[in-house]
Ligand binder design. Structure first.
Ligand code: MLT
Length: 406
C-alpha cells in the first residue's frame, strides 16, 4: 500500500495564493460585469525590459540553427550569467561574491523552499511572523514541526514582527540552527539597517547557525543607507546564504530566473561536529535535482546587467515605486496606519478588523484584491497587504474604489 508523507496532513488545505485565486475566480463568476483589480499576489504586469527581449530573441534564433544550438547547460547556470551577477550585483557594490558561488535557478520560491533539504530534520528553525508562507510550509513538509495550533506549528521558533519592534524581529533568546530573514520584507515592506542586520550575523557566527536571507525585493531599495545584500555585513559570508530573483526586478515572474549565493566559507556540521561546506552540499543537491534554466532565459537575464538593461530596470522599479507611494498616500488619507511602500513594492496596512473580513470587503465592495495579513501568520491578523504591481491607472482606480467603499 502506498503511504503518504503524513506531514502533509499538518498543512493548511491549500497554499495562500491558490486559496485567494480560488476566491477571486468564484467572485468573478458571480459578478462577470465587474472588472476586478488585482493588487494581491506580487505579480508584475509590465513587459520585460527591451534589452531582455532583444537578448531573448537573439538566443532563440541561436537555438534555431545546429551550429549555435544549446542542449543541457551547466546545472549551476552558464558562466556568462554567473559572472554578470557576481560583478553586477556584488563586486561593483563592494561585496565579495565570486561567480562560482552563484547558482542560477528558476525561482527564489523554489530555492528558498528547497534549501532546507540539505539540513538535518532535528534542527530548530526560526521563522519570522508574518512571513512568506513557503519557508514554513516546506519545513512542515520535511517533518520539522508538530501539529498546528492556533495558527502556529509546534517546534518552530517564531520571530514576531509587529508595531512594537517596527516590524524587525528580535534575536531569539533560545538556541536556533536555521534562521529565515527577508528584507525588504515580504509581506510588511519593512527594511533593516546595517546595524540591525549585523546583530543577526554576529548571532549566527556565535551560535554556528545559518541565515537564509531572502533579498528578492532588494532592487526596490532606494535609500543608500539600507543594505541590498547581507554580504554588505562583515562576517556574513560565513553564515548566510542569499536568494535573489529577476522576477520583481526585471519582470521575470512568467519567464522564471533567479539565483542563490552560497559562499564557500558557509559551513554546516555533522553529528560529531565536523564542518561540511554548505556550497558542496547545495551543489550536490542542485546538480542531482535540477538542470538549470533554459539558455534563452539566461541570456535574457544577462541583459539586465547591460547599460541599456540597467536603465530599463531602473525605470521599471521607479514605476512600481510610484504606484506604492500613491497607495501609501491614499491609504494614509483614509486614516489607516501602514508601513512599506518606500523601499518596497508592498504596503502593510493595519485594517483595524479581521484581515479576511477586510479582504472580503475590498473584493465585494470595491472589486479590489489584496492579501489578508493573517495568511502570512498570526502576527498578520488585522492587517492586509496591498501590492504595487499593476498599471498606475488600475492603482488609481483601485484606490478610488477603496475610498468609496470604506
Ligand atoms: C507574493 O505575493 O508574496 C509573492 O509574489 C509570492 C512569490 O513571489 O512567490
Amino acid at each position: 500500500m502506498i503511504k503518504i508523507n503524513e506531514n502533509f496532513n499538518k498543512l493548511q488545505a491549500s497554499y495562500l495564493f491558490s486559496d485567494i485565486a480560488k476566491r477571486v475566480t468564484a467572485h468573478q463568476k458571480a459578478h462577470p460585469e465587474q472588472n476586478v483589480i488585482k493588487l494581491g499576489i506580487g505579480d508584475v504586469t509590465r513587459a520585460l525590459p527591451d534589452a531582455c527581449v532583444k537578448a531573448f530573441h537573439a538566443a532563440v534564433d541561436e537555438m534555431a540553427s545546429d551550429a549555435s544550438f544549446h542542449g543541457y547547460g551547466p546545472e549551476q547556470g552558464y558562466d556568462f550569467l554567473r559572472e554578470a551577477i557576481a560583478k553586477g550585483d556584488y563586486q561593483t557594490r563592494g561585496c565579495n561574491v565570486e561567480a562560482e558561488e552563484v547558482f542560477v535557478s528558476d525561482g527564489a520560491k523554489c530555492d528558498s523552499g528547497n534549501f532546507q533539504e540539505i539540513f538535518s530534520n532535528d534542527i530548530t528553525v526560526a521563522i519570522p511572523d508574518p512571513v512568506y508562507p513557503v519557508y514554513v510550509d516546506t519545513n512542515v513538509m520535511a517533518g520539522r514541526t508538530g501539529e498546528a495550533e492556533n495558527g502556529r506549528y509546534e517546534g518552530l521558533v517564531y520571530l514576531e514582527a509587529n508595531k512594537d519592534n517596527d516590524f524587525i524581529p528580535a534575536i531569539p533568546s533560545e538556541p536556533v540552527d536555521l534562521i529565515y530573514l527577508c528584507f525588504p520584507n515580504n509581506p510588511t515592506g519593512a527594511t533593516i539597517t546595517h546595524a540591525e542586520l549585523k546583530k543577526w550575523v554576529d548571532f549566527a557566527r556565535e551560535t554556528k547557525s545559518l541565515i537564509l536571507y531572502d533579498a528578492a525585493y532588494e532592487a526596490f531599495v532606494q535609500d543608500d543607507s539600507i543594505p541590498r545584500s547581507i554580504y554588505e555585513i562583515e562576517g556574513a559570508r560565513e553564515v548566510a546564504v542569499e536568494f535573489k530573483s529577476f522576477s520583481k526586478t526585471a519582470g521575470f515572474t512568467g519567464t522564471r530566473c533567479a539565483y542563490t549565493v552560497v559562499p564557500k566559507e558557509c559551513m554546516a556540521y555533522t553529528e560529531s561536529g565536523e564542518a561540511v561546506s554548505v556550497h558542496t552540499l547545495w551543489n550536490r543537491r542542485h546538480t542531482t535535482k535540477f538542470n538549470s534554466v533554459s539558455y534563452p532565459v539566461q541570456r535574457a537575464a544577462e541583459a539586465v546587467y547591460s547599460e541599456e538593461g540597467k536603465a530599463q530596470v531602473k525605470e521599471l522599479i521607479s514605476y512600481y515605486l510610484n504606484n506604492a507611494a500613491y497607495i501609501r498616500e491614499k491609504i494614509t488619507e483614509l486614516g489607516f496606519d501602514c508601513i512599506g511602500g518606500d523601499n518596497s513594492p508592498y504596503i502593510w496596512i493595519d485594517g483595524k478588523m479581521d484581515s479576511w473580513e477586510f479582504f472580503d470587503l475590498l473584493l465585494n465592495k470595491a472589486g479590489v484584491v489584496c492579501t489578508p495579513g493573517a495568511g502570512f501568520g498570526k502576527c498578520g491578523e488585522g492587517y492586509i497587504r496591498i501590492s504595487a504591481f499593476n498599471s498606475f491607472d488600475n492603482v488609481k482606480e483601485a484606490m478610488n474604489r477603496i475610498s468609496n467603499s470604506i
